[in-house]
Design a binder for this molecule. Structure first.
Ligand SMILES: CC(C)(COP(=O)(O)OP(=O)(O)OC[C@H]1O[C@@H](n2cnc3c(N)ncnc32)[C@H](O)[C@@H]1OP(=O)(O)O)[C@@H](O)C(=O)NCCC(=O)NCCS
Length: 239
């Protein structure tokens, strides 16, 4: 089955405080408390917008109100829907919040690029990946290091077991410059690297290997779409 949607929201321009406050009304009380507990505004913003983005994507697809969505969590914290056979995953880093929606289990990861930690690569990447990194320099090495990091993180998030899954157990086979193949519970999964911007990496998984184009929204655009999604189900159902 195809990936239904991949959306990235850029947080480079903040929303007015009143709009942020308004969005808080549409998430559950547990998430509200978590957001309040964050010290930094950026952490509050990433967490709130992640929840709103996923609610918007699910509600639009299911044609229900975003507030009707109840998240359950597996024992490692991965959120899922009990009531519907629809899967999603969410990731945030720096000024990006990204989410994926699919009819099968999936994962997504966005990472801001930083320094290359070769000791970490030696410990957690395969021998072949580590040797390939050693043969590279500067920018080229940094890109491969973060491509692999993001792909592995995406794999971990698809499996949904957090770091209980040994990092060095993840085998990635490169199909082409942006698509990788791996196995999860003895089934094939594909991981795609999307181009987001020059200092971030984005990876998404799918069991079909068919990937949607990436849609990019500003915060204002997401806010507007979310507000429309609050009204649409009522219109459809003639209420
Ligand atoms: C949650 C986890 C799986 C990813 O954490 P992260 O990269 O810091 O966070 P991301 O922004 O990508 O994802 C966070 C979102 O994933 C979802 N999530 C939470 N637990 C999850 C899990 N076990 N599996 C999949 N998704 C999960 C939530 O929606 C969460 O959003 P929220 O925090 O706003 O509620 C983390 O527990 C983890 O184990 N990270 C691995 C770190 C690492 O060393 N990677 C090395 C790769 S080489």
């Amino acid at each position: 089955m195809n990936i239904l949607e991949v959306i990235a929201v850029k947080l480079d321009q903040s929303l007015p405080v009143a709009k942020m406050q308004n969005l808080l009304n549409y998430i559950d009380s547990e998430k509200q408390s978590r957001i309040k507990s964050f010290y930094r505004y950026e952490d509050k913003e990433r967490c709130l917008i992640g929840d709103i983005l996923v609610r918007y994507m699910l509600a639009s697809y299911l044609r229900i109100c975003p507030q009707e969505i109840n998240f359950s969590h597996n024992e490692f914290g991965k959120p899922y829907l009990k009531e519907y056979p629809l899967y999603f995953n969410l990731s945030h880093s720096g000024y990006w919040v990204v989410a994926v929606l699919d009819t099968n289990e999936n994962g997504i990861d966005v990472q801001e690029m930083g320094d290359v930690d070769l000791a970490l690569a030696e410990r957690f990447y395969s021998k072949r990946e580590y040797i390939e990194l050693l043969g590279m320099k500067g920018n080229q090495r940094a890109h491969l290091f973060y491509d692999l990091w993001t792909l592995k993180e995406c794999y971990i998030k698809t499996a949904g077991k957090g770091l209980s899954l040994p990092l060095d157990s993840i085998i990635l086979e490169r199909i082409d410059s942006s698509i990788y193949k791996s196995y999860l519970k003895e089934k094939e999964i594909y991981l795609k690297l999307y181009h987001l911007d020059s200092s971030y990496k984005l990876a998404v998984s799918s069991d079909s290997g068919c990937f949607e184009n990436l849609k990019i929204l500003t915060l204002e655009e997401l806010y507007t779409l979310f507000m429309i999604s609050l009204k649409t189900p009522a219109l459809i159902n003639g209420k």
